[in-house]
Design a protein around this ligand. Sequence first.
Ligand code: B12
Length: 307
Amino acid sequence: MAANSNPKLLSPKDLALAIGASESSLKRWTDQGLLVVSRTAGGHRRIPLPEAIRFVRSRRLPLVKPEILGLPASFGVESDLRPGEHDRPDDVFTDLLRAGHDIGARNHLVERFMRGETIAALADGPIRSAMRDLGEFWKQGPEGILIEHRATEICAMVIQDLRSMVTPEQPRGTAIGGSLGGDPYKLPPLIAASVLNECGVHAVNLGADTPVEVLEIAAFGPETDERPDILWLNASSVSDPDTASRRIAELAARCTNAGILFCIGGREAHRLELGDSAGIVVHDSMRAFAATILDHLPEPRGSRATD
Ligand code: B12
C-alpha cells in the first residue's frame, strides 16, 4: 500500500512565523533535537508538516498564524456560543453541533487537539457524547433528523481535518478496515482510521457498509501486493448476528494465521458470538484501540501519540 510520501515541508522561518517565535529559537530547537528536520539538497532545514504539528502540540505553543500550518485562519476565533455558559467543554461542542455551527465545532475540536488531546480522546469524549445526545432528536421528527444528519457530516469534516494533520510520513505499519455489510455508520470507521494514523499507521478506510468478503479480498485477494499488518472492523449495526459472527470468526482466524492483528469494535459488537478465539480483540473505545495498536507496533523512532 502506498504511503503519503510527500508531506508539506515548512522552512524554520515559516514555523517561526506560525508560532510567533524567532528563527534562531527554531534553529536552537532543531539543534537540540527537539524538532526533527530534513535537509534540502542545498543543506537548508525543512520541517515536515506532521512534525511541526507534533512539536506545537507537545509544547502547547500558541498559534499566531494558524493558516501556515494549514489550520483554518479562523482558528481560535470565539464562536457565537460562549464556552462560559457551560461547565463542561463537551457540552459546548454538543451545542455547536446542534446549532449546525460547523466552523465553531471545527475550531473547538482543533483547539483541543492542538492543546494535546488525541483524536481517540476526542472521539470517546465530545464526539461520542454529542452524537449520543443529538441521537435522541430524530424521534421528534424532521427537525431532529436534520440536526442528526448535519451533526454527522460536521463531525466527518472535522475528523478528516484532524486526520490530515496526523497522516504519518514514515508509517510503522499498514491497516485496512471499515463498517460491517449493512452497517450505515460512517464516523466509527473514519475515526478508527484516524486513530491508526495518529499511532503512525497508514490506514485505508473502506467506510460504511463493507461486506466481510470485501475486507477479505482487500487483505488476501490476488490484487493485494502487500498484506496489511492490521485489519479493523466496526460493528455499530448488526442485522444478522449469526451469519456475521461466523464470517467474522473465519476472517479473524485467517488474519491470525497470517500474522495480521484483527481488531473489532462498535456499539453492537457485543451482539456477535465470536467465541474465545485468541485472535479477536473487541474494543469499546478508541483509546483502548489506540493502546492495542501502540502495544502491537514496534517502538517508534520519534515520539508517540500523547493522551
Ligand atoms: C448518526 C446516526 C444515524 C445515521 C448514521 C449516518 C452515517 N452515515 O453515519 C443514520 C441516519 C443512518 C441512522 C440510522 C438509524 N439509526 Co441511528 N444513530 C445515529 C447516532 C445519532 C450517532 C451514531 C454515531 O456516529 N456516533 C458517534 C460514534 C463515534 O460513537 P459510537 O458509535 O458510540 O462509537 C464509539 C465506541 O462505540 C467505539 N467504537 C465504535 N466503533 C468502533 C470500531 C472500532 C474498530 C473501535 C476500535 C471502536 C469503535 O468508539 C467510538 C468513540 O468512543 C446514534 C446515537 C448514538 N448513541 O450513537 C443513533 C442510534 C445508534 N440510531 C438509532 C436508530 C434507532 C436508528 C434507526 C433504526 C432509525 C430509523 N428509524 O431508521 C436507523 C437504523 C440504521 C441501521 N441500519 O442500523 C438508535 C439505536 C437504538 C438501539 N436500538 O440501540 C440510536 C442510539 C439513536 C437513539 N437514541 O435512538 N443513525
